[in-house]
Design a protein around this ligand. Structure first.
Ligand SMILES: Cc1cc2nc3c(=O)[nH]c(=O)nc-3n(C[C@H](O)[C@H](O)[C@H](O)COP(=O)(O)OP(=O)(O)OC[C@H]3O[C@@H](n4cnc5c(N)ncnc54)[C@H](O)[C@@H]3O)c2cc1C
Length: 586
């Protein structure tokens, strides 16, 4: 048949669980995914290979973005990507003659399970205020932080939950702390952690228990707790990746019970609307069938088209293409800023100026060092939560430290500095500026949009100061390490083994080299009175019927340090809201 109750576009952490939940409630649901199923690829299946997964040309989608409107500032980004005359990439500050500037590489993936198939799998909770902001904006009290934990409990199968804690143990996604071992007592990792503990005001004699603290614990003061935690991830005890893809597979495994249909290698080009122009309703989608039809795919071949086919929804269409593709798809379908759509002769369905605006991302930076000799056992990653903010009492930095290097993204990333490398990577939470955008380059759905994060556009100096203060605290710990492993030769942001750098110079480095990979809020939920609001608090696209957006683009603000778990929680909430509407209308 070509008619279903629901059509969900995109199988990532937003759309995947939602489609499963709708089917499990008995509604015929079509889940459409542009990519194929890469779940058995060992680069994907073993979480430790996540860097290889993000580089895999069989599933990656390359976006080349801007960080600012200032071309000179863009050219200072050390991993700027250029296309050489021979078609290959050049990455760096000194491109060969004739190379074309592409932009800053921003990896995404077109595959079953979305970016949860190549991400680092790191799970963390948003601050309570990141949920409560929806209540403040819309008055919908179902978003109160105290009411959101039940979605975590529903979805997670936590295999490291401390006895008696408020965790889920029978949900669809295994979450564990198996992201690395505690370093052996007296090892290099142990000695470094000890100094980091002291520098961050903790009692280092409790190290073994500090590094095991549960970052997903609830409680009224969770957002004020700082210090060490264990890293949690969507990964099982043997290191195998878990996530929406496996929930989709297990739902498909029982077709007699669950009416879920999966359509892979299917690229949606627009949402279809009823002819009722005064009160338009989404009635289905149009798609092209075939592999690698989006030009973000390195496997895309210029000029390839798929046959256009239409499929229909009796109840609703739900767009879950992620923070870049959901706004692009809405605009291609006639929902977005009127002038932008007119520019590309796209017939207007609803003028919604907020579509593709308001995008934000966590700023990321790090302090990268080389030890004086090769490092031995450093365990896995230790997480350090810090509060370096002078204006909020919630913690604002999620740092993770270990023997690795992470300096952002470019084709072929990361750099390997060898076995002496030691880094603390920093995720800054709650960016004060939220000025990013996703705008059309053309009306061609196979074309990638124009994406600019406009980092540090407003109140940038406050955010930079908070990041620098975290660097300084961590640097103190690293410089206090003694023995033949020291001194640590810092690579950046202040090169040398004991160098003094001005705050200005360090902030300038962080500002020009900051990177990110957690985009959200490009189709944000907002108040009835806010002309920039794209969605209401039930994920409904404003001004049309039977259309919702359920993915990371719906968050009004960036949800904490890592969006994948909040997006899965949001998907569970949307499932409940949509099923409640279905029940009410039947
Ligand atoms: C390299 C990398 C590492 C990351 N690491 C972490 C981490 O450790 N922890 C964390 O919390 N977050 C991490 N993230 C971010 C996290 O994975 C995303 O926030 C999350 O996956 C967002 O889910 P989503 O459903 O909004 O979108 P996505 O995961 O992007 O899913 C969207 C899906 O829709 C499909 N799609 C899009 N357009 C169409 C169309 N027109 N037709 C059909 N299908 C379409 C895509 O193929 C994709 O499968 C990382 C991201 C990247 C890129």
């Amino acid at each position: 048949s070509n008619t279903y109750d629901y059509i969900v576009v995109g199988s990532g952490p937003g759309g995947g669980p939602l489609a499963c939940n709708l089917a499990r409630a008995g509604y015929s649901t079509l889940l459409i995914e542009a990519g194929k199923d890469d779940g058995d690829n060992p680069e994907v299946a073993d979480l430790a290979n996540f860097n290889a997964a993000a580089n895999d040309p069989n599933m990656r989608w390359d976006f080349f973005v801007k960080h600012s409107e200032d071309p000179a500032r863009e050219l200072k980004f050390q991993h700027m990507v250029w296309r050489k005359r021979d078609g290959t990439f050049y990455v760096g500050l000194d491109p060969p003659a004739g190379a074309t500037q592409l932009g800053i590489w921003y990896p995404r993936t077109g595959t079953l399970g979305g970016c949860a198939m190549h991400n680092g799998g790191v799970c963390a909770l948003p601050a309570d205020s990141d949920w409560n902001i929806v209540v403040n904006k819309t008055g919908d009290t179902s978003w109160e932080a105290s009411k959101m934990r039940k979605y975590l409990i529903k979805l997670e199968k936590n295999t490291d939950a401390p006895a008696g804690s408020d965790h889920g143990v029978s949900g669809w996604v295994e979450i564990s702390q198996s992201y690395g071992a505690v370093p052996a007592q007296g090892s290099d990792g142990w000695n470094i952690d000890t100094q980091l503990a002291i520098a961050t005001g903790q009692n280092a004699s409790n190290l073994a228990s500090l590094v095991r603290r549960d970052i997903l614990a609830g409680g009224p003061d969770k957002d004020q707790q700082t210090g060490f935690f264990a890293m949690s991830g969507h990964v099982d005890k043997t290191g195998k990746r878990t996530g929406p893809r496996w929930y989709i597979r297990s739902t498909l495994n029982d077709p007699a019970k669950y009416p879920l249909t999966l359509s892979l290698n299917t690229f949606v080009t627009r949402v279809l609307f009823s002819n009722d122009t005064a009160n338009p309703a989404a009635i289905g989608v149009e798609y092209m069938q075939g592999a690698n039809l989006y030009s973000a795919s390195p496997r895309y071949k210029n000029g390839t088209k798929g046959n256009l086919t239409q499929v229909f929804a009796r109840k609703e269409v739900i767009v879950s293409g992620g923070a870049f593709n959901s706004p692009q798809l809405l605009k291609l379908s006639g929902i977005g800023p009127k002038a932008e759509l007119a520019k590309f002769d796209i017939p207007l369905v609803k003028d919604l100026p907020g579509v593709g605006e308001n995008m934000a991302d966590n700023y990321e930076a790090g302090i990268l060092t080389l030890a004086n000799r090769d490092l031995g056992d450093t365990g896995g990653y230790v997480v350090i939560m810090l509060n370096t903010s002078k204006t909020t009492h919630d913690r604002n930095i999620y740092a993770f430290c270990g023997s690795f290097s992470f300096e952002g993204f470019w084709p072929g990333y990361p750099t390997d500095y060898g076995p002496s490398q030691y880094e603390c990577a920093l995720v800054h939470m709650g960016p004060r500026s939220q000025a990013g955008y996703v705008r059309l380059r053309s009306a061609d759905p196979q074309d990638v949009p124009d994406i600019n994060f406009r980092f540090f556009e407003s109140n940038g100096d406050e955010d930079l100061t908070e990041i620098l203060d975290a660097v300084k605290t961590i640097r103190k710990g690293i410089r206090a390490v003694t023995g033949d492993v020291a001194p640590f030769d810092e690579q950046h942001p202040c090169a040398g083994t004991g160098a003094e750098c001005t705050d200005e110079a360090q902030k300038d480095f962080i500002k020009t080299q900051a990177y990110s990979h957690h985009p959200t809020s490009s189709c944000a939920i907002g108040a009835d009175s806010d002309p920039m609001a794209v969605l209401d608090s039930k994920f409904r696209v404003r001004g049309v019927r039977n259309l919702r957006v359920v993915d990371a683009s719906a968050f009004p603000v960036v949800p904490g340090a890592f969006p994948v778990l909040p997006t899965m929680m949001l998907s569970e909430k949307a499932s409940e809201d949509i099923l409640a509407d279905a029940k009410a209308s039947s």
